[in-house]
Ligand binder design. Structure first.
Ligand code: NAD
Length: 479
């Protein structure tokens, strides 16, 4: 049997210890005892497994993980990463971030994460399906998947297609289980998914950026004017999170001046058309050569260092380190990816007069809408289905009454916009926007209230630690 190649260098990563370092720093601003803090910080269950798949005339052994970081809430929740570089440390770190992320946006889940060590590009569709289904079976065998225990979702390298295979495998193994479709989120709409999930993380990133720049007092401190309009943005990664972040930021009035992919970066101070770049990459296989770019760079890293106001790393961790942070020209980093900035780089960026909107909050739009999808699956009815028409009739009655009292009539467009009931997409987007806005102000309030807290990340951690601590205290310890 051939063994799936192991990127030895990736075994020496320290992503989990970086997350713990941030946790420990924030913990000093809380009043919990050391034992409780230790319980919050630890990864409760780390399941490492290997399984064979057929490849050509032989077999290949696949390395895989599922980590459930915290059981203070059930189920646990977190995406599955398909990457050749994935390793145990990374999955543990990402699972821990999920715990804090859910707490920050008040989603009642514990944190989890999965990893499959493959480069999806090296496998046929059938092989990918076999890997995904076998991965699901391995999780089911050990009780690491179910709507009430642990609910995966997409992450780097996976999407709706993989989530469909997981849902189908789980449902097949659990015939008659009414809530089976709630075993995974990020499914296509036709397979019990929810409107707005695909773009939710990117939409959330854009709302996070908009909220951050809307506060005049904070913007003046870093030498920027308030408001997103005209702000120059560079985005790294044109996948699910990066593409949608760029799209919504442009929709909110920002100018996308730079895009970075793993093959290189492009820049135009007058703005890039994100859809045109996306199409160009689809056809040619690269963002390089895009006719609307004024400058090209051979590496993604060089792209990060170009002039802009806001940088959105939305690819992978460890992109902004002590080695390049001094050359980053952005004043604000909004972390679309998980862990793109190392703790030491963050300190330098703040010292240089910048703000970082941390991953645990900035990319929480995905898990927020996953929560809505899970609720939809458990209630077996689409949001808006029961009340949309009722709302429209009630609103129409109110408008009719106002028209008859005032003797004035609304024109058809005004009338339609007032009486309209919310569709599933509108309700999801409204819930997402509300969550992102409230959570930003919750974090900022902690940041302002505790004088010694010097970053939004520490403030976010403090809020998350306090919420998880309350859950653990309420649960008690048994036996
Ligand atoms: P994806 O697989 O859809 O896209 C990732 C993109 O990054 C790809 O286009 C890839 O080519 C590109 N990339 C890889 N290495 C790069 C490099 N060095 N420079 C520039 N580009 C590079 O993945 P995704 O779902 O968009 O996830 C991206 C990040 O966002 C990950 O850190 C993930 O954990 C995080 N995240 C994703 C979600 C979600 O809902 N998908 C939610 C929260 C957080």
């Amino acid at each position: 049997m051939a063994t799936n190649s192991i990127a030895a260098a990736s075994e020496t990563t320290h992503f989990f210890s970086d997350v713990c370092k941030n946790f420990d720093y924030a913990a000093q601003f809380t009043k919990h005892d050391a034992g409780l803090l230790d319980q919050i910080k630890s990864c409760n269950s780390v399941y490492r497994f290997r399984f064979p798949i057929r490849k050509g005339n032989g077999f290949e052994v696949i390395d895989a993980w599922r980590v459930e970081h915290s059981h203070h809430q059930s189920p646990t929740k977190g995406g599955i990463r398909y990457s050749q570089m994935v390793n145990e440390d990374e999955v543990m770190a990402l699972a821990a971030l999920m715990t804090y992320k859910c707490a920050i946006v008040n989603v009642p889940f514990g944190g989890a994460k999965g990893g499959i060590r493959i480069n999806p590009k090296n496998y046929s569709l059938l092989e990918l399906e076999n890997i995904t289904r076998r991965y699901t079976v391995e999780l089911a065998k050990k009780n690491f998947i179910s709507p009430s225990i642990d609910v995966p979702a997409p992450d780097y390298g996976s999407g709706e297609r993989e989530m469909s295979w997981i849902a189908d495998t789980y449902a097949t193994m659990n015939p008659g289980q009414l809530d089976a479709m709630g075993c995974v989120t990020g499914k296509p709409i036709a397979l019990h998914g929810i409107a707005g999930r695909r773009e939710a993380t990117g939409r959330g990133v854009a709302i996070a950026a908009r909220e951050c720049v809307s506060i005049a007092e904070d913007m003046h401190k870093i030498g920027l004017t308030p408001g997103l309009s005209g702000k120059r943005v560079i985005v790294q990664g044109l996948g699910n999170v990066g593409y949608h972040s760029a799209k919504f930021l442009a929709e909110f009035g920002a100018v996308i001046v730079g895009l970075c992919e793993y093959e290189g970066a492009i820049y135009n101070p007058d703005g890039l058309d994100i859809d045109a770049v996306f199409q160009h990459r689809k056809v040619t296989g690269s963002i390089l050569g895009y006719p609307g770019a004024k400058q090209e760079f051979k590496t993604s890293g060089e792209g990060l260092e170009q002039p802009c106001d806001i940088l959105v790393p939305a690819a992978l961790e460890n992109q902004i380190t002590v080695a390049n942070v001094g050359r980053i020209q952005a004043k604000i980093i909004v972390e679309g990816a998980n862990g793109p900035t190392t703790p030491d780089a963050e300190q330098i960026f703040y010292k240089n007069g910048g703000i970082i909107v941390p991953d645990m909050y900035a990319n929480a739009g995905g898990v927020t809408v996953s929560y809505f999808e899970w609720l939809k699956n458990l209630s077996h009815v689409a949001f808006g289905r029961m009340n949309r028409r009722f709302e429209e009739n009630t609103n129409a009655n109110i408008v009719n009454m106002v028209e008859s009292i005032t003797g004035t009539s609304l024109n058809p467009v005004q009338r339609a916009s007032i009486i309209k009931g919310g569709s599933e997409l509108e309700l999801v987007n409204s819930g997402l926007e509300d969550t992102m806005i409230r959570s930003y102000h919750e974090i900022r309030e902690t940041f302002k209230r505790i004088e010694k807290i010097d970053t939004l990340r520490t403030a976010a951690f403090v809020g998350a630690i306090n919420k998880v601590a309350v859950s653990y205290q309420n649960l008690g310890v048994w036996p």
